[in-house]
Ligand binder design. Structure first.
Ligand code: AHR
Length: 331
């Protein structure tokens, strides 16, 4: 009898403890912050561009995994490549009183109003992957991401180096990323600067394929119809290059031989195409920003100073280097 009562008392006590614990957890996720229930997890609101490319998918995975690892509560929003959706998501995060807001801006311009709203609400903002062109740098704490101009320049320098023996004009077509986005603007600029001193290298057509495979294929088909003598394709990312492969093959040309292909990113599928001899050169753009983003989130939340610009470390790949790197490629 005595033993049974003791067991019942113990179970009742346990239920009380468990209930109290789960109520505390609910309080935190409802308020979206550390204001309710004593669970002091940092809440990060993150607005992602979309799911337009292999790079983007790897970036999203990196951010979700790193948040879980760091014990940060992530409120994730997919903007489906629309600025208005990102602005809406940021306003929602402000309303929910998240601790920190991070986002990868789909385009460079038009952010001042919403960033000012975040600043007025006392919520620090981190830019990740892509920059904004706001003159007021106090609207965000830091920008973590690649040097896109450098990626374009490295691509152009490889082309200059590898077409030195060409006697006639070298006709280049360019598949740009999303119009108005930092990587499209900057990669175009860096590439143009690198080839500027080589008058035989000519960009004969340049159009956006929106960073997608479908866009790359469709625009490349148009390029080839209008200009049968294309010597080089510079695609602002692997996915557009991969889509263009289909158009090139369908036009009866051999990618990597009849048409040299230079891309940016170095995701697995792109690296495979490079190792297979279908691409000729890739400038890397790393999507693995999650761990650094979580570190920065903790620091800005604690009110610590952080550098205003943190540049991602990257490299470049030739076909030979891709063959060696491919087996260990994580994304
Ligand atoms: O902002 C990074 C770029 O966006 C990547 O190069 C591209 O693949 C992505 O969609």
């Amino acid at each position: 009898m005595r033993t049974r009562r003791t067991a019942r008392t113990t179970v009742a006590a346990l239920v009380t403890v468990l209930l109290a614990g789960s109520l505390a957890a609910c309080g935190n996720s409802d308020t979206g912050g550390d204001s309710g229930g004593g669970d002091d997890k940092i809440v990060l609101g993150f607005s992602q561009v979309g799911a337009e490319s292999g790079w983007r998918t790897a970036n999203t995975t990196s951010i979700k995994e790193a948040a879980a690892e760091a014990g940060i509560e992530l409120k994730f929003d997919d903007a489906q490549q629309k600025q208005e959706n990102q602005i809406k998501a940021i306003r929602n995060f402000i309303q929910q009183k998240v601790d920190v807001i991070a986002f990868s801006p789909v385009v460079e311009s038009g952010w001042d109003t919403v960033l000012k709203e975040a600043k007025d609400a006392g919520i620090p903002v981190i830019l990740t992957d892509r920059a904004v062109d706001s003159a007021d740098k106090s609207l965000y704490k830091t920008f973590l991401g690649s040097d896109f101009v450098k990626e374009g320049r490295l691509s152009g320098e490889w082309l200059v180096e590898n077409t030195r023996s060409a006697t006639g004009p070298v006709n280049i077509v360019e598949l740009q990323g999303t119009t108005g986005s930092a990587p499209a603007n900057d990669r175009k600029k860096g590439f143009a600067e690198a080839i500027a001193a080589s008058p035989n290298l000519k960009i004969i057509a340049s159009q956006s394929g929106d960073f997608t495979r479908a866009g790359g294929k469709q625009v490349m088909e148009q390029f080839l119809k209008a200009n049968p003598d294309v010597d080089v394709l510079f695609a602002h990312n692997d996915d557009m290059g991969l889509g263009a492969l289909e158009a090139i093959t369908a036009a009866g040309k051999t990618p990597g031989k009849d048409i040299l292909i230079i891309t940016i990113d170095a995701v697995k599928d792109g690296m495979q195409a490079l190792a297979d001899g279908k691409f000729n050169f890739i400038a890397e753009c790393s999507p693995l920003l999650g761990p650094q983003l979580m570190e920065l989130t903790k620091k800005v939340h604690a009110g610590e100073e952080v550098p205003v610009r943190i540049e991602t470390e990257e490299t470049t790949f030739t076909q030979e280097q891709a063959r060696k790197a491919l087996p260990d490629r994580k994304y």
